[in-house]
Design a protein around this ligand. Structure first.
Ligand SMILES: Nc1ncnc2c1ncn2[C@@H]1O[C@H](COP(=O)(O)OP(=O)(O)O)[C@@H](O)[C@H]1O
Ligand SMILES: [Mg+2]
Length: 256
C-alpha cells in the first residue's frame, strides 16, 4: 500500500497565497473526490502535487510513502508513480501520442524490463478498444487538434497505459457529453484496485454517480473545509456551496 500525504500545504503564485494550508491523506485502494467552487485552488493543488515550478510551495509538505517529494522535479514525481490529467491538457506537436505513452511507461521501468513494441501495441489496442477510441488517435501528435472531449478521453488512455500509483484527474468530466462521461468513468473504474489511488477534481456531482468515491473533500478558499463520504457530494448538490459554507460559518459569495 502507498500513501500520499499533504500536510499544511501553502502555495503562492506570483507572491499571492492561493493554498492556505491544505491537509489531505490518501491511500492506494481509495478514490477521493475534491469539489469546490471556481478559483478555490483545486488546479493549484494538483499542479503543486505534480511539481509545476510556477507554483511556489511556501509552507508544508507532500509525502509519498513518508518521503518528502517537494524537492523532486515533475519527471521524478512521475517516475515515483504520480500522474496528473490536467484541466487543460497541452498540445505537443512533433510527438505522437503512442510515442509519448511508450516513453512514459519505459521511464518507470528498469533497463532490462522495458516494454517491447509488440507488448505495447497489444496493450494499446486493448485499452483503446475499452475507451471506444479510433486507432488513428494513437498516431496523431499529442493532443494536437484533439477536441475537448478527445483530450479528456486521451488522458484516460494515458492513465490506463501508464498505470500510475496515484492519479490526479483535474476536471476530467468538463465538456463531456453523457456518453463520453460514461466512457471516462469506465476507464477510471477499470483502474480501481488496491494498487491504485485517485484524486478526482470535479465541479459537479454527476461524474460521481458513475465513479463512487470513498472519500469526498470540499475545498473553499484554499483549504479543505469538509471531508466525508459519497453522501457529502449529494448533500452539496442539494445545498450548494452557499448552504454548506453557511453551516460551516465560512464567508462565501456566489459568483454571478
Ligand atoms: N498562473 C496563474 N497566475 C496567476 N493567478 C493564478 C494562476 N493560476 C491560478 N491563479 C489564481 O489562483 C486561484 C485559484 O485558481 P485555481 O487553482 O485554478 O482554482 P480552481 O481550479 O479551484 O478553479 C484563482 O484566484 C486564480 O485566479
Ligand atoms: Mg481548476
Amino acid at each position: 500500500m502507498s500513501v500520499l500525504e499533504i500536510k499544511d500545504l501553502h502555495v503562492a503564485i506570483d507572491d499571492k497565497e492561493i493554498l492556505k494550508g491544505v491537509d489531505l491523506v490518501m491511500k492506494t485502494g481509495e478514490i477521493h473526490a475534491i469539489m469546490g467552487p471556481n478559483g478555490t485552488g483545486k488546479s493549484t493543488l494538483s499542479a503543486a502535487i505534480m511539481g509545476n515550478p510556477n507554483y511556489e510551495v511556501t509552507k508544508g509538505e507532500i509525502l509519498f510513502d513518508g518521503k518528502n517529494i517537494l524537492d523532486l522535479e515533475v519527471d521524478e514525481r512521475a517516475r515515483l508513480g504520480l500522474f496528473l490529467a490536467m484541466q487543460y491538457p497541452s498540445e505537443i506537436p512533433g510527438i505522437s501520442n503512442a510515442e509519448f505513452m511508450r516513453a512514459a511507461i519505459n521511464a518507470r521501468r528498469e533497463e532490462e524490463d522495458k516494454i517491447s513494441v509488440m507488448q505495447f501495441l497489444k496493450k494499446l489496442d486493448k485499452k483503446m478498444d475499452l475507451l471506444n477510441m479510433p486507432e488513428e488517435m494513437a498516431e496523431r501528435y499529442l493532443n494536437e487538434g484533439f477536441s475537448g472531449g478527445e483530450k479528456k478521453r486521451n488522458e484516460i488512455l494515458q492513465l490506463l497505459m501508464i498505470e500510475p500509483t496515484f492519479a490526479i484527474l483535474d476536471e476530467i468530466d468538463s465538456g463531456l457529453d453523457i456518453d463520453a462521461l460514461k466512457v471516462v468513468a469506465k476507464g477510471i473504474n477499470e483502474m480501481r484496485g488496491e494498487d491504485f489511488g485517485a484524486l478526482i477534481i470535479t465541479h459537479y456531482q454527476r461524474l460521481l454517480n458513475y465513479i463512487v468515491p470513498d472519500v469526498v473533500h470540499i475545498m473553499m478558499d484554499g483549504r479543505v473545509v469538509l471531508t466525508g463520504d459519497a453522501e457529502l457530494a449529494k448533500r452539496l448538490e442539494a445545498e450548494g456551496y452557499a448552504g454548506i459554507s453557511a453551516e460551516l460559518g465560512i464567508d462565501y459569495k456566489e459568483e454571478v
